[in-house]
Write a protein that binds this ligand. Structure first.
Ligand SMILES: [Zn+2]
Length: 59
């Protein structure tokens, strides 16, 4: 097994992790039921998207 010759410095490690931050979700309220939902996706609460019901979304 290969082993690293040198320990990664704090600076190098932190620079690598500089791009690791997650972006927060952007909740929008559903135009049909008003529940918070993800934009550009079928509402998980009422199963509609842009005013039309999506049959596959029913549980
Ligand atoms: Zn809804």
């Amino acid at each position: 097994m290969q082993a690293p010759k040198r320990r990664t410095s704090r600076s190098k490690r932190n620079k690598r992790r500089a791009h690791d931050a997650l972006t927060p979700v952007n909740p929008v309220s559903c135009s049909n039921c008003g529940e918070p939902a993800l934009p550009h996706r079928v509402c998980r609460h009422c199963g509609t998207y842009r005013g039309r019901e999506m049959a596959a979304a029913r549980e």
